[in-house]
Write a protein that binds this ligand. Sequence first.
Ligand SMILES: Cc1ncc(COP(=O)(O)O)c(C=O)c1O
Length: 593
Amino acid sequence: MITHAYSEADVPALADLHRRAFPDFFLSRLGVGFLRQFYLGYIGDPDAVVSVARAEDGRVVGVCVGTTNPSGFFSRLLKARFFGFVGASVRAILRTPRVAPRLLAALAYRGDGAPGQEGALLSSLCVDPEARSAGTGRALEGAWRERAAQLGARQAFLTTDAADNDAVNRFYERCGWCLKDQFVTSRGRAMNRYWRDLTATAASTTATDPSSFVPFARPDIGEAEIEAVVTALRSGWLTTGPNCAAFEQEFAEFLGGGVHALAVNSATAGLHLAVDGLGLGPGDEVIVPTWTFTSTAEVVRYTGATPVMVDVDPVTLNLDLAAAERAVNPRTRAVIPVHFAGLPLDRAALTTFAGRHGLRTVEDAAHAFPVSSQGRLVGNGESDAVVFSFYATKTITTGEGGMLVTPDPELATRARTMRLHGINRDVFDRYHSQRPNWQYDVVAAGYKYNLTDTAAAMGRVQLGRAVAMREARARIASSYHESFGDLPVTLPVGGFSGDHAWHLYILRLHPDAPLSRDDFVAELARQGIGTSVHFTPLHMLSQWRDSYGLRNEDFPVATDVFSQVVSLPLFSTMTDAQVGRVIQATRSALGEP
Ligand SMILES: Cc1ncc(COP(=O)(O)O)c(C=O)c1O
């Protein structure tokens, strides 16, 4: 007997029947719990087409289910968390960009060969293996098709014979769906294979699940930082105060060399104070690498002097001193090299170069804390000034912030004054000394570059963890190195024991790599991996290009390398799983297992 309904009481038997009829079919492989949910999902569904064959004793011997509205059916199931324990993987599949549109197109299929047209049925037919010889399957299929026609479906298909398979294949071909070549053989095997592939893709990419997204950078803020900030907040002193004073002292002690350290609210501010302290002005020229963030050049402009962009070394991407040599002329007053990505430049060579031409040196060490060069920590007193950044993505952070370091007491005094409006007393002194706080003089038209005490409180804790965090980043960089040796890329140079700060890990894709840098970035994004590019060289940015008439051919290394570089995620709290995902995504994007 065939009827067109079943009840919840029948569901366990239906699930069991399905499993026995199609032990290999993908639904069966998802487990009997899933099958129950599957059959429950049809009960009360207005678009459902159901036919059930029963033996004389009422036992279910065959079932055929389908829907005239597959997309509606599936979206209802998803909303109802119908998929239960497999819901997460199904949702992941639906969020997998390469697969989802095709799957959704398939679900929207209405059966007459074109996606989105009326009349389709998605169906599943199971017959108890022992009842097959009695023609139950054929009868059930006929009854089900009839029922479908009554419900207004123009075409129904069941994937039980070759003709139906051809129809399904035509449809999949239109959708560009991957079942095309497989479906002609056996529905069970093909679907199983397909489902396994789909699930593997979803598992390996979990791409668009925000919780599994691997960001390009993430600050390493622990309970100690939080506690320090809360303590600062409770202290009643928020602006520059005792935490800033302690932060400066501890930072200077860390670097050694008797330097003065001034906490500022960004590295840009620190660089500006440094070049201001050198007394630069209109008519002066300052050499900067084209391979840097715009701050390095903009601070020179603040003084009225002219930044002169110079190409970089093809291996280190630090300032090319030979190119710098060619840029020197009688107007050249200073040089601002960048320790790019955390790799210190050759300081002995820099000192020789600057000494030969009587140039002042300000090191842009935004990426370079803590790191040693030729046995000395960057910042411990060789240059006129060294400036560190504590921006949120940097190697230590205060959210926004920076530190200006100088061995020169005069430069320190000038910078201290200019940091706070050119006032000749600092904030803390004004509020803590016996003299009334309004009694001060303004000795120069200064700036507002001081750091808050809450930020400094965070910075002090970060300073204490700086070496440990660097070591964690170095371990990750080393894992990347070990994993990428056979890929068509150039790996960054540098060691793993304190001579590279590993702020950035930058790959250079070879011209023969299977995809371009931009496509690589897009592919990693698709796989849920954040990346970045450091940097678009200054000579390619309109402000600098147009102001100074800069041409790509004058910066052959930077121009060439720019199209190849990509910065991979690198932060001290990266888990092994995240590192593994970056490695796997990078390798697969470059065509390697
Ligand atoms: C090389 C370089 N210099 C200077 C800066 C400016 O740092 P801040 O954001 O602290 O002003 C950055 C920031 O990314 C940088 O990368």
